[in-house]
Design a protein around this ligand. Structure first.
Ligand code: UDP
Length: 327
């Protein structure tokens, strides 16, 4: 039986990865320090014999006894609100955390896949973004703690590959949505869904002309799985090229949820990228992967998920973060 360590396992992507690797018959070691993750995302896996949970912070030395075949490093805060609230932790998990996990992979002779991001392209001057583009990132802006940690992550991962011959993979993840996203993390999908369900106005930042391209969770997990199983070492974009403006997106959510709430405009956060669309030629060619789930279909599913949460959960998780954005 293959043994796989997943960090950030109680988070959105991490928990879906746990499901996938369990379904593939692996023994899964799930690790999380639970700063932004939630145990309820993996509660259903806890009784399984081939599932173990380690409550551990990967910025501290990581020890896993016995053999290890695969490591997937997905521990990190992943929303602009989180970067503002916990900037040092964000920097540490992408840098020190990655260093520890590369060391662990080397010790165990394991293959490691690290979760990078479209944020390495910053506010891109090339559109759509292909993997050759070096990016346009401010090291000292509010997103710098995430973007630069992820850029360092890629750099040190390639160094371990080239210098130690470590078996490495790098995925550049574009905006992804699905069940188990934290309602209060400030990201646009849970933000709009939560607002629609609570009967609040939808907050569009700026004039809403900035664009994003949203990938449904199942497509994302499939892309990551294929990359891990491939022999491709350079970074690969995994995302859906179907691009929309945030204003159109808000209108889509209003239509889907049938809310009669309005759209209200708030200031655009600093360094918010104006456009984002993955060029997925490489994923198509190397992994024979492309997204299958259309946004209208994916949004319907994720709306069902948010609708199934109790009113207490919907309200408890709600926070107004507009103050943080002003700083
Ligand atoms: N956004 C918005 N209203 C919200 C939350 C986000 O208009 O309540 C915008 C945000 O400014 C950005 C886009 O939606 O342009 C996507 O934001 P998110 O935080 O989900 O991801 P990222 O900016 O990292 O792509």
């Amino acid at each position: 039986m293959k043994k796989t360590l997943i960090t950030g396992a109680a988070g959105f992507l991490g928990s879906h990865l746990c499901d996938r690797f369990i379904a593939e018959g692996h023994h899964v070691i799930a690790m999380d320090n639970l700063i932004t993750g939630d145990l309820k995302n993996i509660g259903h896996l806890m009784p399984l014999e081939n599932f173990e949970f380690y409550h551990h912070d990967v910025t501290k030395f990581v020890h896993v006894p016995g053999k290890l075949d695969y490591i997937l490093h997905f521990a990190s805060p992943a929303s602009p609100i989180d970067y503002l609230k916990i900037p040092i932790e964000t920097l540490k998990v992408g840098s020190l955390g990655t260093l520890n996990l590369l060391g662990l992979a080397k010790d165990h002779d394991a293959r490691i896949l690290v979760a990078s991001t479209s944020e390495v392209y910053g506010d891109p001057l090339v559109h759509p973004q292909n993997e050759e583009y070096y990016g346009n990132v401010s090291p000292i802006g509010p997103r710098g703690v995430y973007d630069e940690a992820k850029r360092f992550m890629e750099s040190i991962t390639m160094a371990y590959h080239r210098f130690h011959g470590l078996d490495t993979r790098i995925v550049r993840i574009f905006n992804t949505y699905g069940s188990r996203m934290r309602l209060n993390d400030g990201r646009v999908v849970p933000a709009f869904m939560g607002q629609a369900l609570r009967g609040e106005d939808l907050t569009v930042f700026g004039d809403g002309s900035q664009t994003r391209s949203f990938t449904y969770i199942d497509d994302q997990i499939e892309g990551i799985f294929r990359l891990l199983m491939s022999d491709y070492v350079e970074p690969i974009n995994i995302g859906n090229p179907d691009e929309t403006t945030i204003l159109e997106f808000a209108e889509e959510i209003i239509k889907l949820t049938g809310t009669d709430q309005k759209i209200v405009f708030k200031p655009l956060p600093k360094d918010d990228p104006l456009q984002r669309q993955p060029d997925i030629s490489r994923a198509r060619e190397v992994l024979e992967w492309e997204p299958k789930v259309h946004r209208s279909e994916g949004l319907k599913k994720v709306y069902q998920y948010f609708k199934s949460l109790s009113p207490e959960e919907l309200n408890r998780q709600h926070r107004d973060f507009s103050e943080l954005y002003k700083k």
